[in-house]
Design a protein around this ligand. Sequence first.
Ligand SMILES: CN1CCN(C(=O)c2ccc(Nc3nc(-c4cccc(NC(=O)c5ccc(C(C)(C)C)cc5)c4)cn4ccnc34)cc2)CC1
Length: 285
Amino acid sequence: PAALTGYAPATLGFSQDKWEISSTELTLMKPLGSGQFGVVRLGKFQGRMLVAVKTMREGSMCEDDFIEEAKTMTKLQHPNLVQLYGVCFKERPIQIVTEYMCNGNMSSYLRSKGRELAEDRSPLVDMCQQVCSGMEYLERSQFIHRDLAARNCLVGEHNIVKVSDFGLSRYVLDDEYTSSTGSKFPIKWASPEVLEFSRFSSKSDIWAFGILMWEVFTLGKTPYPNLNTTDVVRQVTHGKHLDRPQRCPHGVYRIMKQCWEKDPMRRPTFKDLQGQIEDIQEKDY
Ligand SMILES: CN1CCN(C(=O)c2ccc(Nc3nc(-c4cccc(NC(=O)c5ccc(C(C)(C)C)cc5)c4)cn4ccnc34)cc2)CC1
């Protein structure tokens, strides 16, 4: 072997790509909750940096496909994206390590802190602007989120909001989640072309962003509050939209309605939305 011939590779077999994390570098701490893949924990990376660690429940994820994609995902870097630091995959189940966001998901945050936020509308518009900025970066990177919703955005200090779990839905093995007729499929955030043909694109992310804006201005309400799945599908495919939330300015509602154009090509880009939201911020506040 190499060692005997005087040449010993520097890492002596522990060769690690930058995006590979060894479990020896991780200390797991309190659980933060559980999601589609199982428990998520607070952790410490290399003894100092706080991280979030998703440990994949057996059979919940197509792990090999994800490990391949992880290289690309670690390269997606933006102040409004939850940074993927790396993956522990030498032992199974694999563990996904990301930056830690101390205030949890945006949907729960809006329900618990929304009253304070709504005193002055600017924090609500500002949260939409931050999500839009992260999504504009994904759009520019030709990366489709596929499950944008307030529950999949995370909140840090000082109302910092970041988009999380982008693209991960492609690796979920649970048919109840992946099939558009499954009980866990996010029907209320799905555009007509996703409901009918499972056609995901940045334009279906735009539709979901419109729904997310409605979640923000209702302080975390569930969309189509009294409708069951069949009714939602009927409404959406017949071009019926969510009503304007009572605390939502008409200018903001006009943006939401653009996101809900039935024809995907008539919907704005995240770039367009960034400009429109900036104009609202300058005008109203
Ligand atoms: C004052 N409050 C007290 C209570 N509270 C908390 O306990 C709390 C604090 C911080 C939290 N932070 C994080 N929580 C999570 C977290 C927690 C539970 C579940 C999940 N979500 C998932 O596991 C998950 C989400 C989506 C998906 C698909 C593929 C379907 C899109 C698959 C899996 C994430 C991930 N994070 C990544 C970075 N930071 C966090 C989560 C919770 C929030 C603050």
